[in-house]
Design a protein around this ligand. Structure first.
Ligand SMILES: Cc1cc2nc3c(=O)[nH]c(=O)nc-3n(C[C@H](O)[C@H](O)[C@H](O)COP(=O)(O)OP(=O)(O)OC[C@H]3O[C@@H](n4cnc5c(N)ncnc54)[C@H](O)[C@@H]3O)c2cc1C
Ligand code: FES
Length: 255
């Protein structure tokens, strides 16, 4: 398993959306090395939980030595994280995983829920005008992410299921128009399974390579427990998201 342990103080910790927290951590080595699509495995500081919790890297500021994450409180581990304060120390293992390929040319990102985090990191690392992003949420409270994307995107399309902000509907609905406007070098996606499946179908139908970051539940994180497996499309068994991913070419996996 690649990655290294790095411990650093929280510089900023704030509630930014419904049960969603943003954390800036002083992890200079991780900030220097991380690639979009990679994640860090965070130790829960209560002395009882052995398994670390995987969280995508949403951005880095190598100059300030900062690594940024967004996480949703879903269980005890993330709840304990949410009580940490600026100055408390986070124990990170990472950066882990393979990351997105990010070729030259127009990149289209599609994200939903906390799966927007790796799309945000990708957007922050691409060239001005290189990337179009479509993000969706159930309502306007869930699309706070829009404020964190760089102004230099080619376009940022925001959708809400109830129409309370941006375009009413799902983020994937924007894809046919985007594809019709000109060549796309790659589509990158992360979020709910159905969203990634539809994104992959539309990209494949348009002949565009597509990569998806799979946020499977993880156990050991080292390939031993099979908690994180996803089926291979070629029928030859499975991949382990912790070892072979989390980013996969969508032609290789069943989403
Ligand atoms: C590569 C990767 C990147 C991730 N990036 C992020 C991120 O940027 N932000 C973020 O908020 N979360 C992310 N996750 C999910 C995050 O790891 C889990 O939400 C977290 O481990 C839950 O820990 P817990 O102790 O709070 O919950 P637990 O007590 O372990 O579980 C509580 C509930 O959440 C469900 N759950 C646990 N893990 C997952 C998961 N991976 N996917 C879906 N449901 C899960 C459980 O089934 C259970 O119902 C990522 C997961 C992976 C594998
Ligand atoms: S988390 Fe155990 S095999 Fe991937």
């Amino acid at each position: 398993m690649a990655g290294y342990i790095e411990k650093g103080a929280i510089r900023r910790h704030e509630l930014v959306g419904p049960e969603i927290w943003r954390m800036e951590i002083e992890l200079p080595r991780t900030a220097r090395d991380a690639k979009p699509g990679q994640f860090i495995d965070i130790r829960i500081p209560d002395g009882t939980r052995i398994l670390r919790r995987p969280i995508s890297i949403a951005g880095t500021d190598p100059g300030r030595g900062i690594t940024e994450i967004f996480y949703r409180v879903v269980g005890k581990g993330t709840e304990i994280l949410s009580h940490l304060k600026a100055g408390d120390v986070v124990d990170s293992l990472g950066p882990l995983g393979n990351g997105f390929t990010i070729p030259d040319g127009h990149i289209v990102g599609v994200g939903g829920g906390v799966g927007i985090a790796p799309i945000l990191f990708t957007a922050r690392r691409t060239q001005p005008g290189q990337m179009t992003v479509a993000i969706g949420g159930r309502n306007k409270e869930e699309v706070f992410w829009k404020d964190f994307f760089p102004q230099t995107l080619r376009e940022l399309i925001v959708t809400t299921d109830d129409g309370s902000y941006g375009v009413k509907g799902f983020a994937i609905a924007a894809l046919p128009d985007i594809f019709a406007k000109g060549p796309v070098a790659e589509v990158v996606t992360c979020g709910p399974g159905i969203m990634m499946r539809k994104t992959a179908e539309l990209a494949e139908a348009a002949g565009i390579p597509c990569e998806a970051s799979l946020e499977r539940r993880m156990g050991c994180g080292t390939g031993g427990c099979l908690a994180c497996v996803c089926d291979r499309r070629d029928g030859k068994g499975h991949y382990k998201v912790c070892l072979n991913g989390p980013v996969f070419n969508t032609k290789e996996v069943i989403l």
